[in-house]
Design a protein around this ligand. Structure first.
Ligand code: NAD
Length: 462
C-alpha cells in the first residue's frame, strides 16, 4: 500500500467490515483456506525468502513457520464454529421474564505489526486469529527480513480478500504513520522498548492491544534427571535460528554438581548437530543484519568462552557459543541476548537460582530440567513468567491448546488457538427483556416504603 493511498485503503477496509461480510462463518473459512493455499503453493518460495534473509534451512522453515501456520489454520478451522457460539446465561428471578447471552464479536479493522525473526509466523499467526475472529486486518511485517516481507505482501494480495486484508511494507516510519490511525485492535510483536511506543500510540485512540515482547528466559538444570537429554534439548532450542528466538533459553542455571557434565554434553551436541565447523552446516543460520552482528560481538568480547566464539563479519556468522563465569553485572546478564551466545552459571541451592531469576524482569518462559516433583513445584510457585516448560523447550508454544504470551516486561495478552481468537474478539452481551410487568416499584419517587421493599429484591433475589 503506498503512503498516499493508505487513508483510502483503510476507508475501504472499514467499509468492508461495516458490510458485515467478515462476520460470516463462510467468509472466515474461505480466507483461512486461502491462506493455507498460499502456504502450500508457495512453500518453496517461502523457504527461499528465509534463506535469502538469514540463511535459514528449508527444514527449519517448515518446522517453525509454514508447518506451524498450517496446523494453526487446521486447528482454527476445526474449532471455529464452536468458538463463535453464542453462550446463554441464567437470569435471576427478579429480572424475569428475560433472556441473556453473550457472543464473541470482531473489533473491526485491526493492525498487526510483526518482528523479523520468524517473519511469516509472527505476521501470519496473528492474522489467522484475526480472520477467525471476523476482523479486517492491516499487516506490517518487519523490514529487517525484506525478502519475507515482500513475499507476505505478494501472497496476501494474491490469495486473500483484498477488500478486507492488506499488507503495508516498511519500517519505523510506516509503523508510526499506521499507529496514528484508529484501529479496533493492535497486535504488536517486537522489543519491549518499541512496545512502549506502540502502547503510547494506542492510548491516543484508547485502542486495546497485545504486546508480544522478549526478555531473558532462563533454563534451570537441577541435580536430578538425565543431563545428556537436557543438554541436547537446550542446544537444539538455543541455536535454532542462531539464537534469534524470543523463546530461546537466554542463560542456563545449572546445579554445581552437574555443571561439568552439562557443558561436555552441550559441546558434544553442538558437534553432533552442526559438525566440527558449524559455519559449513546447512542447518545453521546467520545473524539477520550487521547491526545485530556488531551488537552480539560486543556483548561477548572479553568473556570466558567454553566453546565456539568464532565469527565472520562478511557472512554475519557467529558460531554456537557457550560462555562461563559470566557476572550478573555484565551486559550479557542485563540485556536480552537474542543470538547464539549461551552463558552457563552454576548454583549450589535452588533458592539461589530462583533469587537470580526474580532479580531480573519477568521472562516470557521459564524452562526447568528436573525429575524431582518437589523441585518442579517450587520453581512454578516461586517464580513468575508468561509460561513454564518442564523437561523440554519450545513445545509450550507449539501447542494450539495453550495460550502463548508474556507478563510484565515480556508483554501481555495471549495468542495461538482459542486464546488468539479471543484476543481478536470482545464479548458482547445481549439482554432481551419483556415490556411487562412494569412495576411502579422501580421508579421514583423512592418513598421510605418503596426503598424498604426494593432492598431485598436487589440483594437477595439474584
Ligand atoms: P523489529 O526490529 O523487527 O521490530 C518489530 C516491528 O516493530 C517491526 O515491524 C518494525 O518495523 C516495527 N517498529 C520499529 N520501530 C517502530 C516504532 N517506533 N513504532 C512502531 N513500530 C515500530 O524487531 P525487534 O524489535 O528487533 O524484535 C526483537 C524483539 O522481539 C526481541 O526482544 C524478541 O524477544 C521479541 N520477540 C518477541 C516475540 C514474542 O512472541 N513474544 C516473538 C519474536 C520476537
Amino acid at each position: 500500500m503506498q503512503n498516499d493511498q493508505r487513508f483510502l485503503e483503510l476507508a475501504l477496509l472499514r467499509e468492508t467490515f461495516e458490510s458485515g461480510i467478515t462476520r460470516d462463518l463462510s467468509w472466515r473459512i474461505s480466507q483461512l483456506h486461502a491462506l493455507e493455499t498460499f502456504l502450500i503453493e508457495r512453500e518453496r518460495d517461502i523457504a527461499a525468502a528465509l534463506h535469502h534473509d538469514f540463511r535459514k534451512s528449508a527444514a527449519e522453515t517448515f518446522l517453525t513457520e509454514t508447518g506451524f501456520l498450517r496446523s494453526e489454520i487446521r486447528f482454527a478451522l476445526k474449532h471455529l464454529a464452536s468458538w463463535m457460539k453464542q453462550r446463554r446465561v441464567s437470569v435471576p428471578l427478579v429480572y424475569q421474564p428475560s433472556r441473556a447471552s453473550y457472543a464473541p464479536e470482531p473489533y473491526g479493522v485491526v493492525l498487526i505489526i510483526g518482528a523479523w525473526n520468524y517473519p511469516f509466523n509472527l505476521s501470519l499467526a496473528p492474522l489467522i486469529s484475526a480472520i477467525a475472529a471476523g476482523n479486517c486486518a492491516v499487516v506490517k511485517p518487519s523490514e529487517h527480513a525484506p525478502h519475507s516481507s515482500a513475499l507476505i505482501a505478494e501472497g496476501v494480495d494474491h490469495y486473500l480478500d483484498q477488500s478486507a486484508i492488506r499488507v503495508v511494507e516498511g519500517g519505523a516510519e510506516e509503523a508510526k504513520s499506521l499507529l496514528a490511525e484508529r484501529f479496533g485492535y493492535i497486535f504488536y510483536t517486537g522489543s519491549p522498548a518499541i512496545g512502549r511506543e506502540v502502547m503510547l500510540a494506542a492510548a491516543r485512540h484508547l485502542t486495546p492491544l497485545t504486546l508480544e515482547l522478549g526478555g531473558k528466559s532462563p533454563c534451570i538444570v537441577d541435580e536430578s534427571g538425565d543431563v545428556r537429554v537436557a543438554a541436547r534439548r537446550i542446544v537444539w532450542a538455543k541455536f535454532l535460528n542462531a539464537g534469534q528466538t524470543c523463546l530461546a533459553p537466554d542463560y542456563v542455571l545449572v546445579h554445581e554438581h552437574r555443571e561439568e557434565e552439562l557443558l561436555q554434553f552441550m559441546q558434544e551436541a553442538i558437534t553432533d548437530f552442526y559438525g566440527d565447523e558449524p559455519r559449513l552446516s546447512r542447518d545453521y543460520p546467520r545473524i539477520v543484519n550487521s547491526d545485530h552482528f556488531q551488537r552480539l560481538k560486543k556483548l561477548f568480547d572479553g568473556s570466558s568462552v567454553w566453546c565456539g566464539g568464532q565469527s565472520d563479519q562478511g557472512e554475519r556468522y557467529i558460531a554456537p557459543t557457550i560462555l562461563r563465569e559470566v557476572s550478573m553485572a555484565s551486559p550479557l546478564m542485563q540485556l536480552e541476548i537474542f543470538g547464539p551466545l549461551l552463558p552457563v552459571i552454576a548454583y549450589s541451592d535452588l533458592s539461589e537460582a530462583l533469587d537470580l531469576i526474580r532479580s531480573l524482569d519477568e521472562p516470557l518462559v521459564i524452562y526447568l530440567f528436573s525429575s524431582d516433583r518437589d523441585i518442579q513445584q517450587r520453581v512454578v510457585r516461586h517464580s513468575r513468567s508468561g509460561g513454564v516448560c518442564i523437561n523440554d523447550l519450545f513445545f509450550q508454544a507449539a501447542l494450539h491448546t495453550l495460550p502463548f504470551g508474556g507478563l510484565g516486561n515480556s508483554g501481555f495478552g495471549a495468542s495461538h488457538g482459542r486464546a488468539g481468537f479471543e484476543t481478536f474478539s470482545f464479548q458482547r452481551s445481549l439482554l432481551r427483556r419483556s415490556l411487562y410487568p412494569d412495576p411502579a416499584l422501580r421508579y421514583p419517587p423512592y418513598r421510605w416504603w418503596k426503598f424498604r421493599l426494593l432492598k431485598p429484591f436487589v440483594t437477595f433475589f439474584q
